[in-house]
Ligand binder design. Structure first.
Ligand code: TYD
Length: 246
């Protein structure tokens, strides 16, 4: 082979290598852009939990306003849902329809799966469209309420191991003692009712704290002292949400 022919071969090999490297780079860039776009545009999923009178509704509304003012789109939702699965649950909760505790646990899971998968305003659909979802109650409630009546491990596994039940990006637990809660909601009631409520509220709060303790390290959970003025509670919530958005 002449020196020129050898040089030509080397030159062609060099050009081919350069082209291959460029192609590789382009592929990497387009892959990361694709990943980046999907991640950046996805909405965040925030859940509010707490015992009666903790102020979930008020604080969820304030957070919605704050997020929309900053240009984000927000979908407010709740469990039990307004879908047929949730309507059936409300009949059970009101005592109109009798179901066992394990049947109720299954119904909450069924309602949650439907809530996640609903094509129109379901949790997954909204998040995928870049809409933030704020949900009043989620699986923490099932684990606290139903998990203390039927086998906790079973209730936990049905919720946490179900591929169609999304893990929230943040759970905000508005914490009140039963006494503080009653101070807000029980003014004017009979003492017997107050006693019964205190027992129930105390049991539910302990169950919630047990659930949050169980999920520590696995989930992002913020416990907010809800026995303060609305503005101070809101400020803590905004801080927690900013932490997941940055
Ligand atoms: P609701 O009228 O929505 O009240 P709240 O404003 O307190 O959310 O009632 C929901 C009830 O359902 C509430 O008592 C808690 C109960 N619940 C469960 O027992 N398990 C669950 O998984 C959920 C989501 C709610």
């Amino acid at each position: 082979m002449s020196l020129t022919a050898a040089f030509d071969k080397l030159f062609v090999a060099f050009i081919q290598s350069v082209l291959a490297i460029c192609a590789g780079l382009c592929y990497t860039v387009s892959k990361s852009e694709e990943w980046g776009t999907g991640t950046v545009n996805r909405g965040v999923f925030i859940v509010f939990e707490g015992i009666d009178g903790a102020g979930k509704t008020t604080q969820a509304e304030l957070l919605r306003n704050r997020l929309t003012e900053s240009g984000r789109r927000v979908h407010m939702t709740a469990e039990p849902t307004d879908m047929p699965t949730g309507v059936a649950l409300r009949r059970v909760l009101s005592g109109k329809v009798k179901k066992s505790e394990s049947e109720a646990a299954l119904m909450f899971v069924q309602d949650r799966v439907a809530h996640n998968l609903a094509p129109e305003n379901g949790i997954e659909a909204c998040l995928a469209k870049g809409i933030d979802v704020i949900c009043d109650r989620y699986y923490y409630s099932t684990m606290a309420y139903q998990g203390s009546s039927v086998d906790y491990g079973w209730v936990r596994s049905m919720n946490l191991d179900c591929p169609d039940i999304r893990k929230p990006d943040l759970c905000i637990f508005l914490d009140l003692t039963p006494e503080q809660s009653l101070g807000r909601i029980a003014a004017g009631r009979q003492s017997v009712e107050i006693y019964e409520n205190r027992e129930t509220l105390s049991r539910v709060r302990q169950a919630f704290l047990g659930v949050l303790n169980d999920l520590e390290g696995r989930e992002r959970i913020v416990i907010v002292d809800a026995h303060r003025d609305i503005g101070a509670i809101h400020a803590d919530i905004v801080k927690a949400v900013e932490d997941i958005l940055t």
